[in-house]
Design a protein around this ligand. Structure first.
Ligand code: NI
Length: 437
């Protein structure tokens, strides 16, 4: 494919791209020419998944590809991250495009011919490894976009940084990683983009569709840990101690009012969920303490901090009302911040998404309660992060195996859709497409 696609790309480079923004068909033709390669990369990466901060093979594949395109490549950023800048032949804006490369500790259950058989050690256990979140597709798509843009380099206005990021799902225990670590290691020190774009494939949308949402789009995700300390006693003599189980039950009950009574959920939703309760060993012993862990999801930094304060307050005051004490680590671990799509940038690029895949195939999505560390980039630079449907037509996206499932299945037409959408957005931005409707 490399040789046969070259004339087309050269033709595209010579086409009147400099005079006007590239038309839909140009992008479609470039995407079509690259499709066999993108498919092959995706399948290869899918068959050889690697956990966060261990994306050695994937990073090497990406780096070799970018070097072959004639780019200067930085490797080893945030352990295994790769970045390269393509400098167009004409002056213009600086932008960045980002893909994530990591897989998950999931044992694949699909019967695809290129299904993963890989295993790795995760938290001391041997686990299956699978691209159950579609990051294989993201990596392959961005490799394709890089090749398409490199083929148009002479007529391209501006500069594009390609970011291949490790550990989006979080680094292994005790390690740093992901988007915040790439930024901490100076990713944007010498190259500050004025906009950044990224995409994610999701089972919740049909293949062929692109989803977007202006403003807050994906949740901040934070963990909490609360230990309610009482005083151990015989189950027959509760007055001989302090019962942390009843205090914990009361605490969980009252914590429900943070969402239902205290936060303005008419503006943005909030979720407070307890995921585990641990306390006690025997039917007739009231234990010394109870541990509660859970997650908080918010879409606004102010609400995020307010919920932290509310839950700490509930934990401490309710425990005190029972004569117990609470050690409330809220948050215990600060997770990804809210992912906010810049409203002006989203409005400006929406016509590009519509042009790339057809207006009928672009839908505004609900708020996504999941979290995504692209949010860290979006805090630095105006960002647009959009969603690409993965579920085959004829299957219900509501019941299709979701991202992170061992049965997660990507309709490979999503590769073409993702490539066209990202390429169109990139070219339109670089060529100075005017603000959209
Ligand atoms: Ni993901």
């Amino acid at each position: 494919m490399r040789l046969s696609s070259l004339p087309l790309l050269l033709a595209l480079a010579a086409a009147p791209l400099s005079a006007a923004e590239p038309s839909g068909p140009d992008v479609a033709a470039a995407a079509q020419a690259l499709q066999p390669k993108v498919l092959a990369w995706r399948r290869d990466i899918h068959q050889h998944p690697e956990l966060g901060n261990r994306e050695v093979r994937t990073a090497a594949l990406v780096a070799a590809h970018l070097r072959k395109l004639g780019l200067e490549v930085r490797t080893g950023i945030a352990t295994t991250g790769v970045a390269a800048v393509l400098r167009g032949g004409k002056p213009g804006p600086r932008i960045a495009l980002r893909a994530d490369m990591d897989a998950l500790p999931v044992t694949e259950r699909t019967n695809l011919p290129f299904a993963s058989k890989a295993t790795a050690t995760f938290r001391g256990e041997t686990v299956g490894v699978m691209h159950a979140c579609g990051h294989d597709a993201h990596t392959a798509i961005l490799m394709g976009v890089a090749e398409a843009l490199a083929g148009m380099r002479a007529s391209l206005p501006g500069e594009v940084m390609f970011i291949f990021q490790p550990a989006e799902e979080g680094p292994p225990d005790g390690e740093e990683g992901g988007a915040p670590q790439m930024l901490a290691e100076g990713l944007f020190r010498d190259f500050k983009p004025e906009a950044i774009f990224g995409l994610h494939v999701f089972s919740t949308l049909h293949a062929g569709t692109v989803g977007y949402r202006s403003g807050p789009a994906m949740a901040a995700s934070d963990r909490f840990n609360i230990v309610v300390k009482g005083r151990q006693t015989h189950g027959s003599r509760p007055w001989g101690g302090i019962d942390p189980i009843v205090a914990a039950a009361d605490l969980i009950d009252t914590a429900q009012t943070i969402v239902s009574r205290r936060q303005n959920i008419s503006r943005l939703p909030v979720v407070v969920s307890f995921g585990a309760i641990k306390g006690g060993i025997r039917y007739n012993i009231i234990p010394d303490e109870v541990e509660l862990i859970g997650t908080i999801r918010t879409f606004d930094e102010g609400m995020r901090e307010a919920v932290f304060a509310d839950l700490r307050n509930v934990a401490e005051k309710i425990a005190a009302a029972h004569g117990a004490t609470a050690i409330a680590k809220v948050p215990d671990t600060r997770g990804n911040p809210v992912l906010v799509n810049d409203p002006a940038l989203t409005a400006r690029m929406l016509p590009s998404l519509q042009r790339a895949v057809g207006a009928d195939n672009v839908v505004q999505t609900d708020l996504n309660m999941g979290a995504e560390d692209f949010a860290y980039f979006a805090r630095e630079v105006p960002a647009l992060y959009f969603f690409v449907g993965a579920t085959p037509r004829g299957q219900d996206p509501l019941t299709a195996p979701s991202n992170h499932s061992p049965d997660f299945f990507l309709d490979e037409s999503a590769l073409d859709v993702g490539l066209r959408a990202l390429l169109q957005v990139t070219l339109d931005y670089l060529h100075g497409a005017p603000a959209g409707g």
